[in-house]
Design a protein around this ligand. Structure first.
Ligand code: RB5
Length: 152
């Protein structure tokens, strides 16, 4: 399982805790930055992670900024990306079971490392339920296609 992670300065500290957890789980992790606490622009890092997931170069991604809001706005611009900003364990579980989210977005200034790691584990371990949820994901894909081809 290949996973890409990225953050801005607001998510840097939490990203290193999440990275450690992912390594412990035996995942192949690519950290696409940022790598120091200089102030940077979250779209630059959301773009790197979202491109990797959109092009299927990675199976999953995790993005972290201060609140998670900016990262989720950017990531969801990319085809095939379903980025979910989650703030608790229930949302982390639903993000996979119902939305099959391929990018998990967290807020470094919102969550403790302990809680965030618990949420990452829940998201990774949960299983997409398909069924009626697939119909909804198909509609998202249709909307994406219509926007790209300027039909709507
Ligand atoms: C950076 O100060 C902050 O705006 C960013 O980390 C994020 O919270 C944006 O949504």
């Amino acid at each position: 399982m290949r996973i890409v992670i990225g953050s801005d300065h607001g998510g840097l500290e939490l990203k290193s805790a999440v990275n450690e957890l992912l390594q412990q789980r035996g995942m192949t992790v690519s950290d696409l930055g940022t790598d120091n606490d200089d102030s940077v622009d979250y779209p630059d890092f959301a773009e790197r992670v979202a491109i990797a997931v959109s092009r299927l170069e990675a199976d999953l991604g995790i993005l972290i900024c201060g609140t998670g809001i900016g990262m989720s706005i950017v990531a969801n611009k990319f085809p095939k990306v379903r980025a979910a900003l989650v703030t608790d364990e229930f949302m982390a579980q639903m993000a996979k079971e119902h939305n099959d989210a391929n990018i998990l977005v967290l807020g470094g200034r919102v969550l403790t490392a302990e809680r965030a790691c618990r949420m990452v584990n829940i998201w990774l371990d949960a299983i997409y339920e398909g069924g009626r949820h697939q119909r909804r994901l198909d509609k998202i894909a249709r909307i994406e296609d219509d926007v790209r081809n300027e039909r709507i």
